[in-house]
Design a protein around this ligand. Structure first.
Ligand SMILES: [Fe+2]
Ligand SMILES: [Fe+2]
Length: 291
């Protein structure tokens, strides 16, 4: 637990600061020079495709938020409407143009809200379930933003290594500067709920059960084809060399907030399981293609 309690005031100030510090990145601020498009596409084409699609899915994420949090408060509203959505959609548009500059097809974002979310959204009209949905929403946000931070760090190192300074300096670096602030928003919001004991023990129990049953890596949308795509991202970024280390990075926050009763848990096991499943599905697909 942090020494200083996280107040709603602090979260609101964080959101305001993000809006002031990071205006959405303009498409024409990008230098579209690519020194060796073939080398970039071979090494990172798949990763860029994946990230472009996921960033463009922010519009569905907003619909999910409105479904899950029918009584969304002002801070959350300001965050998604004035900061998060405007920033993420530019990430998507910029990466989508980059993938097309690399000769790859445009992204096809999946914009349908799933049946599961709709059911949880219906139940979230009950105040006791609303708080469960809210904590799940914040944990999902923290987990996906953390994965974005890690992915952009890896890609940036790769682009520097390839000597692609325009991509690194005018695309990946500006995008990667905006992701930690998103993570911090969800982290603070989830931490405040647990620290203030907003949930009764049965609500926390329900949150754990639902989280364990519904955990998804960023952008997989609970579908095998996206899980296999994500496996490809993990492999292309070299994260498969230490899946446990990656699970620890992604899962540290929820291990602390949700599973503090399990002594010594670095990360919830469902995160590593999801990573292994994605890599397995990717390898199966490679074998099918090779046959
Ligand atoms: Fe983003
Ligand atoms: Fe983000």
């Amino acid at each position: 637990m942090p020494r200083q309690p996280i107040t709603q005031q602090k979260i609101a100030e964080h959101v305001q600061r993000l809006g002031e510090l990071y205006p959405p990145i303009a498409l024409d601020s990008v230098d579209r020079t690519i020194k060796n498009p073939t080398a970039v596409a071979d090494k990172y084409g798949h990763v860029i495709d994946y990230l472009a699609r996921v960033e463009l899915e922010v519009d569905r994420n907003v619909l999910e938020l409105l479904c899950l949090l029918p009584d969304v408060d002002d801070t959350n509203k300001t965050f998604y409407a004035d900061v998060w959505q405007p920033q993420e959609i530019q990430h998507g548009l910029i990466l989508d143009r980059l993938q097309q500059d690399l000769g790859r097809p445009a992204a096809e974002p999946h914009l349908d809200v799933s049946f599961k979310i709709k059911i949880l959204g219906t139940l979230a009209n009950l105040p006791a379930i609303q708080d469960v949905a809210k904590l799940l929403y914040f944990l999902t946000g923290a987990s996906t933003e953390r994965q974005a931070v890690l992915a952009y760090n890896q890609i940036n190192a790769g682009m520097v290594e390839l000597g692609e300074s325009a991509i690194s300096e005018t695309i990946i670096t500006p995008i990667k500067q905006q992701e930690p602030g998103h993570f911090a928003f969800y982290q603070m919001s989830a931490t405040a709920m647990v620290q203030d004991a907003a949930l009764k023990p049965w609500q926390l129990y329900l949150t754990r059960v639902l989280r364990e049953k519904s955990y998804n890596l960023v952008g997989t949308n609970a579908m095998d084809r996206y899980k296999a795509d994500m496996g490809g991202v993990v492999v292309d970024l070299g994260l498969d060399a230490d899946l446990e280390g990656y699970a620890r990075e992604v899962g540290r926050l929820e291990a602390r907030l949700l599973w503090a009763n399990k002594n010594g848990m670095d990360f919830p096991p469902y995160i590593l399981k999801a990573l292994r499943e994605s890599v397995d599905l990717y390898e199966e697909r490679l074998q099918r293609v090779a046959v």
